[in-house]
Ligand binder design. Structure first.
Ligand code: XBP
Length: 265
């Protein structure tokens, strides 16, 4: 998270920064990373809990892995008894979540969590054109570090002026806190930035700050309400793999680039 070297002013001047969600936006982390990591941590703890893809899709309504585990216990484990050695459920959840985070980091290191189409291209174009970068995510900071290091290289952590993540803020998405935190560190008004999300919770979080927000859908979120989005697309696309525009106006663009971002801002 270093300060950017002096770089050329962006073309239009209005668009100063892109603020990215992580899970589901930069990579399909929920399907390929978090869900199997939760299940492995449950197994290690001797629990017979197993979150299927469908059940996990329901649980994703709750932002935050620790909050998600708690919601699962309250919803589905009425006879849960606290294992010996833990003072309360909060302590046990922290133990499970720390184990889960270790597995997620391992999966990222093993290359099991690739970036979504167009992400690397868009980040590099933004950097080349002097558009500043930030992250606003509910996931744990260590997960962001593992994902970026193992997809874009260790130096990519410095591409983002702020990596706003996890428990840095008191209220997780759909609360606006994490995007407010990122904007405050960028010292930019929302009108000079564009947000990127994949869920309705994330869209609500970003748009409550006044950010125009682009949504890239995925299998877990395609049916959600994205009426507050400026543009909804299948993914960022590539020159040889055009995106699908689901709602909003991308003009003649076949993939998401800085020119389109500047038109939308
Ligand atoms: C998605 C989340 C996170 C992840 C799990 O965050 O809600 O909780 O599902 O990560 P975002 P943790 O879409 O804002 O990137 O277990 O570390 O919370």
């Amino acid at each position: 998270m270093g300060q950017p070297e002096s770089q050329p002013e962006s073309q239009s001047g209005k668009l100063k920064a892109l603020i990215f969600d992580v899970d589901g936006t930069l990579a399909e982390t929920e399907r390929d990373g978090h869900r199997p990591a939760f299940n492995q941590a449950f197994a290690d703890a001797g629990l017979d809990w197993h979150w299927s893809e469908d059940r996990y899709g329901e649980l994703l309504e709750v932002s935050g892995g620790k909050e998600r585990i708690r919601a699962f216990v309250q919803q589905s484990q009425p006879n849960f008894t606290l294992p010996d050695g833990f003072a309360d459920l909060t302590e046990f959840i922290k133990h499970l979540h720390a184990s889960k985070t270790q597995y997620y980091k391992q999966y990222a290191k093993e290359g099991r969590i690739p970036l979504r189409p167009g992400v690397e291209r868009l980040l590099n174009e933004a950097r080349a054109k002097g558009i500043r970068l930030a992250i606003a995510t509910t996931t744990t900071p260590a997960n962001v570090q593992a994902l970026l290091e193992n997809t874009l290289g260790p130096e990519s952590l410095d591409w983002f002026e702020v990596i706003a993540a996890g428990d840095m803020v008191p209220h997780k998405k759909p609360a606006p806190d994490i995007f407010e935190y990122a904007l405050a560190h960028l010292q930019l008004p929302p009108k000079n930035c564009l947000g990127f999300e994949d869920t309705n919770n994330g869209l609500l979080s970003a748009t409550q700050t006044g950010l125009k927000t682009v949504v890239t859908v995925n299998d877990y979120t395609r049916a959600q309400d994205f009426s507050k989005a400026t543009l909804v697309i299948s993914d960022f696309g590539e020159p040889n793999a055009p995106f699908e525009v689901i709602s909003g106006n991308a003009g003649s663009a076949q993939y998401f680039d800085i020119a389109l971002a500047e038109r939308l801002c």
